[in-house]
Write a protein that binds this ligand. Structure first.
Ligand code: ADP
Length: 644
């Protein structure tokens, strides 16, 4: 619907104005308002101040004319239809007028043409407005796409029929390292390796038909990097004719990395699963072997009774098997502690020469147990370390050396095992070398991983859980050092490890008896608080030669009674008792007596019992099974009268 019109009439003759109005009225063209002007100033003012629908203009006026008015309109209001209404107009001038921007012209003598001319002009105006809107929309779409193409992460390039690149977006520049100028005009094969080249070629061959293709491929960056991409191609057509190909490249490096990580994780999980099963089978075998020894020989002893010569041999076997079993349990406990990050390092003062001598005694003993008496065992300490005291964790250092020497004994049939140490910068380097079977190079790293063994077959010759080296390496790491290996199959192996070198400032070390010490504690009384009668019997047997006076309380309450009524020199306290616990009893005694020595004993090596015991007021701590040497050395420290 056309609304009532605002019409500007540029005319100096009022009669002609009237004629125009009559004609429009006759044709029922609704008019809101007429603006009648006859000079340039009023004309321009009206254009500026009113919303006009059409201009009807005489060709010549006294001080103004249609061409001048038209040129103003072209500049300032090109969408208002301009119709020249004139007395006479030759053909040439009419053409010029139209060229100058007039939409139509009407001769005054044929005024009936005015209304159709106005109606046509208004229609034309509407169409023009619509096409301007459409053009704006297209412009917006065009810009919209450009923004998307410029901001998208995917690289896009367009190639023509001959394969020449005619367009690239910024992402292509980032992806390939080539600038737009370096790519446009080049054949697209500059971006791809041969394999992808063929793939795209074959897809292009199919381009006669509609195609759109997706595949994985690799492109080559300017720096020569092979980049995995996901390619989508689609043909470009104009008027149904093939013009080229649009290629969209998705960088799939992050995807590939994730895929790689997933594969690795999957393989690791499978491997770990396999190792776990292998470990369980292995462990079952490892535990059953000493258990067989213990049970079999205990049964034999029971059946046959103690015959002099066999008795010692049988009990030896039982003892060694039990020791073996304990080692396995300790390994598992240590491994769990390491995994749980529960390892604390003690700062003990160690007289190195003496410590190595202790190791020698221990290992000579082990040699016998392994039936390897033929092996030579050498200890070598660098001159710089002789007579020196260092600070390190005595028990754990011995544990690492023991693991390495045990392995050396296990894997060496003849020749020599050497244990030594020397200073290397700010570290002490220990080494254990053997002339055993050696380790192939491909296993040099792997054997330090949990459960790993060179021979993991069911028919393997050597026992073991595959935990010793893992624990040792981790302990060394906790000490602040490193473990390494040199080995050649058939020639032997040398395991090295370092610990930070810390000399002790103290002059004299407290003497701790190692073995073969006879104690005389006949004037002393030890209270054993222990609810397991077998454990008490064990203490009684061990301590009998010292003539110590032993009191046994199997509950905390009885222990308290003894404490109140007897003269007691030392208490061996089982911290886990039925009813009131040993820890509670310790606290109760401590509230009463700050000096009486209390040594805790517990079978729960996994927990933080040591700390709990010390917090409750114990002076020291023994883990079950209690070793004789350890027991004597700790008791003697408190009773303070060892006699050799
Ligand atoms: P285990 O000895 O209980 O199997 P370890 O972690 O101590 O576990 O050792 C892992 C593996 O490393 C052994 O099974 C063996 O294959 C290899 N290995 C360790 N020490 C030696 C050695 N001195 N000579 C040859 N092989 C060794």
């Amino acid at each position: 619907m056309v609304r009532p019109l605002n019409i500007l009439i540029l005319e100096d003759n009022p009669a002609d104005v009237e004629l125009m109005k009559i004609e429009l009225k006759r044709s029922k063209i609704e008019v809101e308002q007429y603006f009648i002007v006859d000079n340039e100033t009023d004309f321009k003012k009206t254009i500026e101040n009113h919303d006009l629908d059409i201009i009807l203009s005489d060709y010549t006026l006294p001080q103004f004319d249609a061409p001048t008015a038209l040129s103003f309109i072209r500049e300032n209001a090109p969408n208002i239809p301009f119709i020249v209404v004139t007395g006479n107009l030759d053909e040439e001038t009419a053409v010029d007028t139209i060229k100058a921007g007039a939409w139509d012209y009407v001769l005054k003598e044929r005024m009936v043409r005015l209304s159709p001319a106005v109606e046509n002009a208004l229609k034309l105006k509407q169409e023009r407005e619509r096409s301007i809107e459409a053009e704006k929309e297209i412009q917006y779409l065009k810009e919209f796409n450009e923004t998307i193409i410029n901001t998208m992460n995917q690289g896009i390039f367009v190639e023509d029929k001959e394969g020449k690149i005619i367009f690239v977006n910024p992402a292509i520049e980032i992806l390939t390292g080539y600038s737009r100028n370096e790519l446009v005009g080049k054949h697209w094969s500059v971006l791809v390796n041969e394999e992808t080249d063929e793939k795209i070629n074959s897809t292009i061959k199919e381009s006669a038909t509609d195609f759109s293709n997706h595949y994985e491929a690799e492109i080559t960056s300017k720096q020569g990097l092979q980049i995995p991409v996901y390619i989508s191609t689609s043909n470009l057509k104009k008027n149904s004719k093939f013009k080229g190909v649009v290629v969209v490249l998705n960088d799939i490096r992050p995807l590939k990395e994730k895929e790689g990580e997933l594969w690795e994780a999957k393989n690791k999980a499978e491997e770990s699963d396999r190792l776990k099963s292998e470990f369980l089978a292995n462990m079952s075998h490892e535990i059953r072997t000493p258990m067989n020894g213990i049970m079999g020989f205990a049964r034999l002893l029971k059946q046959e009774g103690p015959e002099d010569d066999a008795w010692e041999h049988y009990t030896d076997i039982i003892y060694q098997s039990a020791e073996h079993l304990l080692r396995i349990i300790n390994d598992i406990v240590d491994f769990s502690k390491i995994q749980a990050g529960q390892y604390e390092i003690q700062q003990d003062e160690i007289e190195l020469e003496k410590f190595m001598e202790e190791c020698r005694i221990l290992f000579e003993e082990n040699k016998k147990n392994h039936g390897k008496e033929n092996l030579d065992f050498i200890i070598s300490i660098d001159q710089d370390l002789k007579n020196k005291k260092i600070i390190a964790d005595r028990i754990k250092l011995k544990q690492v050396l023991s693991n390495l020497v045990e392995n050396a004994l296990k894997f060496t049939l003849k020749g020599t095992i050497e244990l030594g140490c020397y200073i290397e910068g700010e570290y002490i380097r220990f080494f254990v070398s053997d002339t055993g079977i050696g380790i192939p190079e491909e296993y040099h790293e792997m054997i330090f991983e949990k459960f790993r063994q060179v021979d993991s077959s069911a028919t393997r010759e050597y026992g073991g859980t595959g935990l010793g080296l893992t624990i040792s390496k981790e302990l060394v790491r906790i000490f602040g050092g490193e473990m390494s290996l040199e080995s050649e199959p058939g020639k032997g192996s040398t395991f090295y490890f370092t610990i930070p070198l810390k000399f002790s400032g103290k002059e004299k070390m407290k003497e701790e008896p190692i073995h073969n010490v006879n104690y005389d504690w006949k004037d002393k009384t030890i209270l054993v608080v222990e609810d397991d009668y077998t454990s008490f019997l064990y203490f009684e047997n061990l301590l009998e030669p010292t003539n110590v006076n032993l009191l046994h309380a199997d509950t905390a309450e009885k222990g308290w009674e003894f404490y109140l009524n007897e003269e007691i020199d030392l208490i061996l306290m089982d911290i886990r008792l039925g009813g009131t616990s040993g820890l509670e009893l310790t606290q109760k005694i401590r509230n009463h007596n700050k000096t009486i020595p209390i040594i805790a004993q517990t079978a729960y090596a996994m927990s933080d019992d040591r700390k709990k015991c010390m917090d409750a007021g114990c002076n020291d701590y023994l883990a079950k099974p209690v070793e004789m040497e350890n027991l004597f050395s700790k008791i003697s420290r408190f009773l303070n009268n060892p006699s050799s």
